[in-house]
Design a protein around this ligand. Structure first.
Ligand code: PMP
Length: 426
């Protein structure tokens, strides 16, 4: 019964609405009562797809959800036991908005080992990097301000910026379409005076792109010269398949450039998303109002999660777990790339094999991938249409395929189903 309700709910929502649909109420009287902020909120098509994940007939290549095979469940279980045994009081009482001090100290120590000068006082613990993006936006953006972001980019960030009333402008891409046209960006920054630049420099969601070292350095110099903050969102940097990506903007910045970098790092993809644990750092002048904004929103991040993470990190289990996760995702990516090459040679021409992260981005020239999605769902496969990652409500022939969650057999079968549905649509 529950499954039937799920399917009935999910299908029409894709048939009849754009992927970035806003809040809709059935009763016009109550709709009028919504605040203008709420009325312009956009739904996430991925959250909408959650409804389908329980359906055994749909293979999801949509969400970037770490599966249990990539999560160190035993290590986390041990950390949970230790948190309950040794830190029960700390876990159960209220804590500081900035976060559990020993965890912040540990994160700062780990960064210092990598040459990044951070103290515990520089770190703000947040409930996932999604909250970090939201805090940065609430702290720095007024309605009507301009935010620069790549297109396509992480849809959760787009949701935040839209909610804040920002005007999102696209960072100009270079000729290859995977990097940034730095000269054009310089001109754009002068012309538009953006309030902030949002970037996922390593294994971006949805493209898998990695910004080159030279571009990272140029961005830092631009941010300092033009006094525009860069929000560096880095949940995937540790999930490389062979080589680590270039150092983060935070690691590369000199003392002056650091004043313009707000860096976000999350345990969601490295460890487990259910912990809802991430950290951010930036210039103290902005971090302290951000902490106040967080206090207003949720007082502090769950102490139980923080204590579990602290015990886990203290145990030294993260590095070996990351190594296993890298091998896991590398094999998953290979399975998907091979399946695409075998089943969908035209799509294969448009993709660049990712070197880390969780996603393959491709295009189906001439196909509106939003319009194709209901057909794909009927065929039994889900992906995220490219329009979801675009700042405007544009039509897109792009699509994001995640190799994170499905088994190798399901990845192959999912691509076969997609191939069938695309060939029928032509
Ligand atoms: N940024 C990017 C680029 C992401 O892909 C995601 C998760 N999909 C997030 C932020 C949010 O991650 P978290 O679970 O830490 O809130």
């Amino acid at each position: 019964m529950a499954v039937r309700r799920c399917a009935a709910y999910a299908r029409p929502s894709f048939r009849s609405r754009s992927p970035v649909n806003t809040v809709r109420l059935s009763d016009p009287q109550r709709a009028l009562r919504l605040s203008s902020t709420t009325a312009r909120l956009r739904k996430s098509p991925i959250r909408e797809l959650f409804a389908l994940l329980g359906r055994s007939d749909v293979i999801s290549l949509a969400g970037g959800f770490p599966p249990m095979e990539a999560i160190d469940a035993m290590g986390l279980r041990n950390a949970l036991v230790r948190a309950a045994r040794d830190s029960l009081e700390d876990s159960l009482r209220y804590g500081a908005t900035q976060g559990y001090a020993p965890l912040r100290a540990l994160i700062a120590d780990r960064n210092r080992v990598q040459g990044i000068a951070l103290d515990a006082a520089d770190i703000q613990i947040v409930s996932g990097s999604q909250q970090g993006i939201d805090l940065a936006a609430r702290t720095l953006i007024d309605s009507g301000d301009i935010v620069l972001a790549q297109a396509p980019t992480y849809l959760g960030a787009l949701q935040v910026f839209h909610a804040q009333g920002a005007r999102i402008e696209t960072i100009p891409a270079d000729a290859g379409g995977r990097g940034i046209d730095m000269d054009a960006l310089e001109r754009q920054v002068v012309a538009l005076r953006p309030k902030l630049i949002y970037l996922v420099p390593s294994f971006a969601n949805p493209t898998g792109n990695v910004l080159a070292l030279r571009e990272r350095k140029q961005l830092l110099s631009l941010a300092r010269r033009s006094a525009v903050p860069i929000v560096e969102d880095d949940p995937y940097g540790a999930l490389y398949f062979h080589e680590p990506p270039p150092p983060s903007l935070l690691a590369l910045a000199n003392a002056h450039e650091r004043e313009w970098v707000i860096h976000l790092s999350s345990l969601s993809k490295m460890l487990a998303p259910g912990l809802r644990l991430a950290w951010m750092t930036g210039p103290p002048d902005w971090m302290s109002p951000m902490s106040l904004v967080k206090q207003i929103g949720d007082t502090h991040t769950s102490n139980l999660s923080q204590l579990v993470a602290w015990h886990y990190l203290c145990s030294g289990a993260l590095e070996p777990a990351l190594e296993r996760a890298r091998l896991f995702y590398r094999a998953q990516a290979q399975t998907m790339i091979r399946a695409i090459q075998r089943e969908m040679p035209a799509l294969a021409q448009t993709i660049v094999a990712p070197k880390g992260g969780m996603f393959v981005w491709g295009t189906l020239p001439g196909v509106d991938t939003t319009a194709l999605l209901p057909e794909a769902l009927r065929e039994g496969v889900a992906y995220v249409p490219g329009a979801a990652f675009m700042p405007g409500e544009s039509v897109s022939d792009g699509l994001r395929l995640s190799f994170a969650t499905a088994s190798p057999e399901h990845i192959q079968e999912g691509i076969r189903r997609l191939a069938r549905c695309v060939s029928r649509s032509r």
